[in-house]
Every structure is written in structure tokens, then in C-alpha cells.
Write a protein that binds this ligand. Structure first.
Ligand SMILES: [Zn+2]
Length: 705
């Protein structure tokens, strides 16, 4: 069905099915009470049914296209999530918002956002995001009343879960919708499923066993169907402006690239873009002109009759929707991922009409009309076009760049591990322009593939193979600190701790100033129980950078393990100034407060945590412990009892039993310790052995006359 429509539209390219400007104006401004922005992570336009992919199973997205306006040629500016979402939500190019990469940047708070515009206009605003790359620490939460970026609890130096599936985003969104659907609202749903690894849930897993990427898109589409059903159920589907857009695509092996970020080819830059509003927008219209992510914000704001901030660099697409304009808009492209993660050259590009130019150590020029696969580089063969494109790109850069410095941050080791778990490999961050020419990413693709395959094998638990790939990479590039870290991490996973330490010590000798190497070496020492060594590396790190989060946090942890609570508290306190929202850190800080005898402050700090994480029973157990330490036995009893009722598990049963044992309530203690022993999965832990000993002792007490 959708294919037929596209063919029909193809005949009318540039003359889309339109609603007259009069009809558009006739709709009252207050018709748009609800705005729902849906971003589809890693979704190539050409993998949706409505974009002509016959094998797609995307009925809901296709249905939206049929009921709204579909942009056939929409482009992202950067093939990376955070920079792309910054362009969507500020209407500015990466040249202006200066968020060049995931992890190393945050959105400058001087740049107005779409959410702020709605907030100021009296709308309820909320966001439900599915990937750590959009965590509130990167600044996109500004303007949202609710910014739901909850992932699983952080576990330092263990594996991270840095994303959630579409169904979980849906589950988070629906209670908010139920409370707010009668009010004016702007909500943003971010679905991350098509991102690597491709693991669609059943039944898509079975149905798409040989096309897992398509399966993820099909699953995401099914959840979008559930969202639409909910809007319909609440009676607001026809009053809601829905915008669906991809943040970037996925290479799927084109130009040898596996995922996205490295290159600027069509596979990763061309994205789906659909606008739907049953009353204000035409049905089944298709616009073929090239448009951009920066144009989304001004279009939404014009439709909602809200002033567009002066900073916005995109244009409203309403003239294209009404057919008054048909010309292509010039598209600026860039990726700093090769430079910042691997030390290779960045790529800057421009699409102007059918021409695409990529500024690289070896520049590229493609005719997208006759060579959509970008196979024939015309840079030398069409010198006058090349010259014109270079000049125009330079003009765009000069006109749109923001002179202020970028807002950068150094990711913590936790951040880096989370990004790594999402497939963003390498490390480094913003690097100053150098006179040394950097390698062309295209010519380093073999190294990239070694790293990538290693990462993939590591993810599948095939550590031996992964090690072979990483070792080969290290052999070819002995001067890249992050490769040592990759091998080191893998060796730790393989329980080859002494090999890992030896390698990282070798790396420390080679790169004595490398913060990356030092912080990982410190973490490894800590994990292998060499606390004094960890502290000495931590001191070396702090000598370099007194405000290094990892050094402060890990030193605090080592000091706590050594029982030096005052010093631990001092380090945690400094770390909290850098990452005030870090939950693990806040928990440890609260614990340290109690350990140095500042019980009331500790209780206050735990209360704050409890408000945000009511389901985390480990907080209750600590609170109970503080009550015991301060002689408030009855309060402690309440807390332990309540925790074991609300969270029946080995931990709460054990804690309650031990408390009861200490108070002499042996009969009850026996009951709960037996409950613990019955369900615990532990083998021969100290806790279990001691619990068995306590049980025997308490039973003896009960039998005494
Ligand atoms: Zn993304």
C-alpha cells in the first residue's frame, strides 16, 4: 500500500498533496493543546514501509505518514544521539550548540530549548528517554517538568545497563499521560531499540531472526501503536501534534561501517520525519525537498503559535507543507567522533541540492541523484562544483558558529563504561586543532573493524576471540592508551587480574600523564583489593587534576574500605560537588556520615535518597542500622520489618533476623533467619555461614529453661 503511495507521490515530487494556506489558518491556534515528539534512535529512513521498504513491518509509522505530512528527504546534522537531539531541541546546528559528541559535552544553558518554549507558554512538559547518552547530566533536561532518565541502579566498575526498551519507556510515560492528558502538554518519547545490540523481544525475535535490525524497528513500531491507542483512549489523538523523527541512521555495512558515527554517508544521515495533526495539517502529503533536524523546532512552534527564539537557525517548514516553497535547504553535516574517540580526522560536510561534499584529508564529492550509493568520488572530476561547495560550506560555518567556547566535561569512568556498553568505543574527548595531519577515517576502517569485532565478541562472552582482536589492534597501534585499557578490561573480565595490572602498569610507564590509564589502573587496584596502591595512583591523578571525579570517588572508596572514614567523607564531599546527582556516590556519602557519627545529617541525606528511590531497600537497611547505633530500637524494628514486608528477599530477611537476634527476640530471629536460609542463592559466603551459626546459637537460647 505504502509503496503505491510513494510512486504516486513520486510523480508529483515538489507538488505535494496540500492544504491551502487559508485552510491552515482557519484552524484555531488553541487547537494544538498537545504535542508529542517521538525520536527514533538509529532509524534509517529507508527501513520503514512508508519510505519504500517492502520488507518492513511498520504499520503504525506508515499509518502516521498516511495521516500526516511525510518528509522524504530529511537529514540529521551529526550521526550521534546527543548532538542530534540537541539540534532537534534547540533548532541550532552543532556549530552553534557545540555539542559535538556523546559523553564529552553538555548543552550550554544559554541556548533556549523547545521544552522551555512550551514551559513558558504554560504547557506541562515531560521527557522519557531510553539511553544513557541523553542522561540529564548532558543538559537536555532543561525546560522539562519531568525528565525520566531512570535506568538500572549504577554499579561502579561492574557492567552497566545503559538503555531501556520501548516497552519500558511506554510504561514510564503512561502514568504521566493519565495525569496530564487534559492539560496542555509537550511530551518527548525517545526510543532506542534499533541501536546495537540488535535484540528484538519476542515475537519479533523469531519473526526477524535473520533481520534483527528490522525486528527492533518492528518492535518499536508496535509500541508506538500502543502509544497511539492510549491517545485515542484518552480522546486526544485528533488534538495532538505528533512529530516522528530519526536522530540518525545506521550504516549496516555500507562503506564498511557497521553502526554510525564514523562517516557522513546517506545510510546514517538520512532519517524519517513525519508531522501529523488531524486538523491543522494535510493528510497523506509528501514533501521531497531536503530539510533538516534544525527545522523541526521552528515548525512546531509556528504550529503552536509560540514565538521562535532568536537563536534558532532552522526555518519553519510550513511553506513546504503548504506547497508554497519546494526548494532544497542546504544541510550542514559533521562528525567529530573519529577525531575525539580515535585520533583520526573529523569530517565536515554539506549537502546542497543533489551534491554532497565531505571535507576530509581526502575530500569527497558525490552526485546523490545519479549515484545515491556514493560510490563515485567526483571531487577531482568536477573541480568547479567542488570549489563552489567548499566556499558555501565555509560561509555556512562562518555564519552559524557560536564564538563562545564549548561546554565540555570529562566523562567519569562510569560514563565511559556506559558509552562503551552502547558501542561508543575509543576514548579521548575534545582535542585542540593540531598542525599534524590526522589520518583519514576511511583509511583506518580496518582498525575500527578490529576494535568493533573485539567489542562484539566481548559482548557475546567470547573473550578469547575478543582478546585476539584487541591484541592485534594494540600491536598495530602501540601508541594509543585506550587500546591498553580495552585489553585490560577484558583481562579483568577473564579473571586474569595480574595480567591486567601488568598491562596497565606498562601503559602507565608509557603514558605517565594519561588520565584514562591512571583512573583505570586505580579502579583495577581497588577491585583486586590493593587499596594502598589504588590510593597512591589516586594521589597521582589528583596531583594532575584536583577535581577528577574518578580519583575522588575511588579514593573515597579505598579509604572507606580501610576504615579511614573522615578522609573518605572528605573525598566523597568533593566528588559530590562535581556529580551531585550520582546515586551511588550519594549513598556512600550518607553511609560515611553515619560512620563518623554525624547520624542526624546521615538520616537527612538518606531521606532525600529515599524520596527519589523508594524501591531501593538497601537504603532502609542502612537507616535501620543508624537507628540501632543511636539507641532507637523501636524505630529500627519498624524500618526492618517494613523493609522485609515490602521487599521480601534474602537481604531484608537477613537484616531483620540479625536485628532481632541482637535485641534478644530469639524466637522471631529464628523464624526470619530460617526464611533467609530458605531462599538465599548464596553458596558458602561468610554471611551464610555466620547466619547458620547464629541460628544454632538462638535455638539453644530458646531451648534453655
Ligand atoms: Zn542515536
Amino acid at each position: 500500500m505504502r509503496l503505491v503511495k510513494l510512486i504516486l507521490c513520486g510523480a508529483a515530487l515538489g507538488f505535494p498533496l496540500v492544504m491551502s494556506p487559508e485552510a491552515l489558518r482557519a484552524a484555531k491556534p488553541d487547537d494544538i493543546r498537545h504535542v508529542l515528539l517521538i525520536t527514533l534512535d538509529t532509524t534509517r529512513a529507508d527501513r520503514l514501509g512508508c519510505y519504500g521498504y517492502a520488507k518492513a513491518l511498520t504499520p503504525h509509522l506508515d499509518g502516521l505518514a498516511g495521516r500526516g505530512v511525510q518528509f522524504i528527504n530529511a537529514y540529521a546534522h551529526v550521526p550521534l544521539t546527543l548532538p542530534s537531539c540537541c539540534s532537534i531541541l534547540t533548532g541550532t546546528l552543532p556549530l552553534y550548540h557545540q555539542v559535538r559528541n556523546n559523553g564529552f559535552y553538555y548543552l550550554n544553558d544559554q541556548i533556549p530549548t523547545l521544552a522551555e518554549a512550551f514551559l513558558n507558554a504554560g504547557y506541562e512538559t515531560s521527557a522519557f528517554v531510553a539511553s544513557f547518552t541523553l542522561d540529564s547530566r548532558f543538559g537536555l533536561d532543561r525546560g522539562f517538568d519531568v525528565y525520566d532518565d531512570n535506568f538500572d541502579q549504577e554499579e561502579i566498575l561492574k557492567s552497566f545497563r545503559s538503555e531501556r526498551i520501548a516497552g519500558e519507556v511506554f510504561d514510564a510515560f503512561i502514568p504521566w499521560l493519565s495525569e496530564n492528558y487534559e492539560k496542555k502538554f509537550f511530551a518527548w518519547l525517545h526510543f532506542f531499540d534499533p541501536h546495537l545490540p540488535y535484540v528484538p523481544p519476542p515475537p519479533f525475535k523469531e519473526k526477524f531472526s535473520d533481520r534483527k535490525y528490522d525486528g527492533e524497528i518492528a518492535y518499536m513500531d508496535s509500541v508506538i501503536g500502543m502509544v497511539l491507542d492510549k491517545l485515542k483512549e484518552k480522546g486526544i489523538l485528533d488534538k495532538t501534534l505528533i512529530i516522528v523523527v530519526g536522530d540518525h541512521g545506521e550504516a549496516l555495512g555500507e562503506h564498511q561501517e557497521i553502526d554510525h558515527g564514523l562517516f557522513l554517508y546517506e545510510a546514517t544521515m538520512r532519517v524519517p520525519l513525519i508531522f501529523v495533526h488531524e486538523k491543522k495539517l494535510p493528510r497523506g502529503a509528501a514533501v521531497s525537498a531536503k530539510v533538516r533536524l534544525i527545522d523541526i523546532m521552528p515548525t512546531i512552534l509556528e504550529l503552536a503559535t509560540i514565538d521562535v527564539p532568536m537563536t534558532v537557525q532552522g526555518v519553519s517548514l510550513l511553506p513546504w507543507i503548504t506547497g508554497r516553497k519546494t526548494e532544497d535547504l542546504p544541510v550542514y553535516l559533521e562528525t567529530f567522533y573519529p577525531r575525539e574517540n580515535f585520533g583520526w580526522s573529523e569530517l565536515i560536510g554539506l549537502i546542497d541540492g543533489f551534491w554532497k561534499f565531505i571535507r576530509a584529508p581526502r575530500p569527497e564529492l558525490y552526485d546523490l541523484k545519479n549515484d545515491p550509493k556514493e560510490a563515485d568520488n567526483l571531487f577531482q572530476k568536477a573541480p568547479s562544483v567542488s570549489r563552489r561547495m567548499i566556499k558555501k560550506l565555509q560561509e555556512i560555518i562562518e555564519r552559524n558558529a557560536r564564538p563562545a567556547p564549548a561546554s565540555t566535561r570529562r566523562p567519569t569512568s562510569q560514563d565511559e563504561e556506559k558509552l562503551r556498553s552502547l558501542g561508543y568505543l575509543g576514548a579521548g574527548g575534545p582535542t585542540p586543532q593540531s598542525d599534524q595531519p590526522l589520518p583519514n577515517p576511511k583509511e583506518k576502517i580496518d582498525d575500527y573493524l578490529l576494535l568493533y569485532r573485539g567489542h562484539l565478541m566481548e559482548g557475546e562472552g567470547r573473550f578469547g576471540l575478543a582478546l585476539d582482536y584487541y591484541r592485534e589492534l594494540l600491536r598495530k597501534n602501540p601508541d594509543v592508551p585506550s587500546h591498553y585499557v580495552s585489553v585490560g578490561f577484558l583481562l579483568m573480565k577473564m579473571d586474569r587480574t595480574s595480567d591486567a595490572l601488568e598491562l596497565l602498569e606498562e601503559a602507565r610507564g608509557k603514558f605517565p600523564g594519561s588520565v584514562l590509564v591512571l583512573s583505570r589502573l586505580m579502579g583495577f587496584y581497588l577491585r583486586s583489593g590493593r587499596l594502598e596502591d589504588a590510593l597512591s595512583v589516586g594521589q597521582a591523578l589528583l596531583d594532575h587534576q584536583p577535581n577528577d571525579f574518578d580519583a575522588l570517588f575511588l579514593s573515597g572508596s579505598a579509604l572507606a574500605m580501610l576504615g579511614k572514614w573522615d578522609d573518605a567523607l572528605g573525598h566523597y564531599f568533593k566528588a559530590l560537588k562535581i556529580e551531585p546527582e550520582n546515586k551511588t556516590l550519594r549513598h556512600r556519602y550518607s553511609y560515611a556520615l553515619a560512620a563518623v557519627g554525624r547520624h542526624e545529617e546521615a538520616l537527612g541525606s538518606y531521606d532525600e535518597l529515599k524520596k527519589e528511590y523508594p524501591e531501593d531497600y538497601s537504603l532502609d537497611l542502612d537507616i535501620g542500622h543508624i537507628f540501632v547505633m543511636t539507641g532507637r530500637t523501636e524505630k529500627a524494628r519498624e524500618v526492618y520489618k517494613d523493609a522485609s514486608q515490602r521487599h521480601p528477599c534474602a537481604d531484608t530477611y537477613h537484616a531483620y533476623a540479625m536485628f532481632l537476634g541482637k535485641t534478644g527476640a530469639f524466637r522471631e530471629a529464628v523464624h526470619w533467619i530460617k526464611a533467609y536460609l530458605a531462599i538465599t542463592q548464596e553458596k558458602d559466603t561468610t554471611r551464610k555461614t555466620q547466619a547458620q551459626a547464629s541460628l544454632a546459637a538462638w535455638e539453644k537460647h530458646i531451648k534453655l529453661p
